[in-house]
Design a protein. Structure first.
Length: 144
């Protein structure tokens, strides 16, 4: 198992690259949703990502949504750690924290591309001996 995506259930739409040169895998809206002005939502994807221990998945809003509709990822860049997959709190379900900073409602439809994920390696410092298993779910990296 190198890296990739799988569905948590039949609602999940596996992220795909749009072109041969695309770095990011597009995440899709799985059910129609309307985001009121100046509001935030947690958008489910029913997808999870698996990867090597020294990798993470970086999530970014699609630039067209940011420019045209002022829609942002609430934390600007989402980070999915390698041990998020299959964690007991939520089985690794990737959810997108979205913020509508505009003064208009934003409606997203099923199959709209909303974010993109890029798998990336990371480096560790000398003498890094962290051995704590993950216990937290979304937005948490609790240690035992």
């Amino acid at each position: 198992m190198k890296r990739g995506f799988d569905q948590l259930d039949e609602r999940g739409i596996i992220p795909t690259r749009a072109t041969k040169g695309s770095a990011g895998y597009d995440f899709f809206v799985v059910e129609d949703v309307t985001i009121p002005p100046k509001s935030k939502i947690l958008l489910p994807t029913y997808v999870r990502a698996y990867m090597q221990e020294d990798e993470f998945l970086a999530l970014y809003i699609r630039s067209s949504l940011a420019l045209k509709y002022e829609l942002l990822l609430l934390n600007q860049t989402g980070i999915i750690d390698s041990d998020y997959y299959n964690n007991p709190s939520n089985l690794g379900h990737i959810q997108l924290a979205l913020y509508n900073q505009s003064t208009q409602e934003i409606s997203l439809k099923r199959f709209d591309r909303v974010a993109q994920g890029i798998f990336m390696p990371y480096l560790k410092v000398d003498n890094d001996e962290v051995t704590h298993p993950r216990q937290g779910g979304f937005g948490s990296t609790k240690q035992s």
